[in-house]
Ligand binder design. Structure first.
Ligand code: FMN
Ligand code: EPS
Length: 333
């Protein structure tokens, strides 16, 4: 396993849900940037588990320990490494999962790939917990991007198909031993025109690669996305106009990206988040040891819905992609 992202920066995420610690190493961070640690912690707290009745009850403080790359709070050019210790682990909840894979989780596919040596406890390296180190990296990139007047925000569009009262759907699913998914929208403001490269290094490519590093995301669309297929050319094109000497488009059906390159409008994308696979409702599965079909009801502590906690993860992934794209921009003298 590698779990490394980036062409110019290199972000390496390591650890498992029930290992001693999880963490991240970031290579090629510019030297001299002072990290606002309070701001970073607030960002991590938005993702941290065990903070509301709508999340897993596994509470972790998720306070990063920086073990290299900083002098004081300032980057020094050396690779930056931060870890978060796992402190609230109940591995016995996973004794059954070792033999009976959860439908919809990575248990079975990992079992085949790693020949039974995979860490099945808490989802191992596949756990949503690995988005904590992603948020350390992303939280730092967001701070650097903000200095350049680039801002990233996200919001919930719907949960369980309900846009008006999304938390009601979580409540219903919880009462039913079930889970729900949803749709999240992310916007990036302030990215200048001309960033990104065809054919494989466009803004869409880079954001998608980063976003699919977040477990549970099954779809992404930019601008009007799948709905653009229903529009006519006369409706979908984004017509240009000048405003105070700046070139803008009247609409943003293409989500701020044309030919893989930013056009100066907001970058807008949506992601589809699947319902949490671990549910107490009975599901069909198999037993490896017995070689027969069986029924599974997942015990333990799980998010009834991943959507509320995924917002900072999506922002972190977007920031990582934009930061890497900006570092690669030196096409014109
Ligand atoms: C923040 C976060 C929390 C998650 N919490 C859980 C959870 O409590 N239980 C669970 O089964 N899956 C949870 N997941 C989703 C699984 O990790 C994910 O579905 C699994 O690793 C398989 O990956 P895939 O869905 O991308 O195929 C969570 C994901 C994220 C991003
Ligand atoms: C701890 C976190 O969420 C975990 C994500 C997760 C999974 O399968 O993704 C399974 C659960 O792990 P455990 O069974 O050890 O409690 C969640 O609690 C976190 O996100 O920080």
């Amino acid at each position: 396993m590698a779990s490394i992202y980036g062409d110019f920066i290199k972000v390496s995420i390591f650890g498992q849900s029930h290992s001693e610690a999880i963490g991240v190493s970031i290579h090629n961070l510019p030297a001299g940037f002072e990290i606002d640690m309070e701001k970073l912690q607030s960002f991590l707290n938005r993702r941290a588990p065990g903070r509301s009745k709508y999340t897993t009850s596994r509470r972790e403080e998720d306070i990063p320990e920086f073990i290299s790359g900083l002098v004081g709070n300032r980057t020094c050019g050396a690779p930056l490494t931060a870890i978060i210790r796992n402190t609230n682990i109940i591995s016995k909840d996973y004794d059954v999962i070792k033999d009976v894979p959860r439908p919809g989780h990575a248990d079975y596919s990992a079992h085949i790939k790693y020949g039974g040596y995979e860490d099945y406890r808490g989802g191992g390296h596949f756990s949503g917990r690995l988005t904590a180190p992603l948020c350390i990296a992303g939280g730092i990139f967001i701070q650097i991007l903000e200095e350049q007047k680039i801002e990233i925000n996200s919001k919930i569009l719907e949960i369980g198909g309900n846009a008006k009262e999304p938390y009601l759907e979580i409540e219903r699913a919880m009462n039913d031993g079930d889970s729900v998914g949803g749709i999240v929208q992310c916007g990036i403001k302030g990215l200048r025109a001309g960033i990104g490269s065809p054919i494989f290094d466009g803004v869409e490519n880079k954001i998608s690669q980063a976003v699919f590093g977040i477990p549970g995301i099954k779809g992404i669309e930019f601008g009007e996305g799948f709905a653009i297929a229903k529009l006519k050319g006369s409706e979908s094109k984004d017509e240009y106009y000048y405003e105070d000497g700046e070139i803008k488009t009247k609409t943003n059906n293409n989500g701020g990206i044309l030919g893989g390159i930013s056009n100066g409008m907001d970058i807008v994308f949506k992601v589809a988040v699947k319902p949490t696979p671990s549910i107490s409702k009975e599901q069909d599965s198999i037993s490896y040891s017995k070689g027969e079909n069986t029924v599974l009801s997942v015990k333990g502590r799980h998010d009834p819905c991943i959507v509320p906690r995924i917002l900072p993860c999506v922002e972190a992934a977007a920031a990582m992609a934009i930061f890497d794209l900006l570092m690669g921009e030196c096409n014109v003298r």
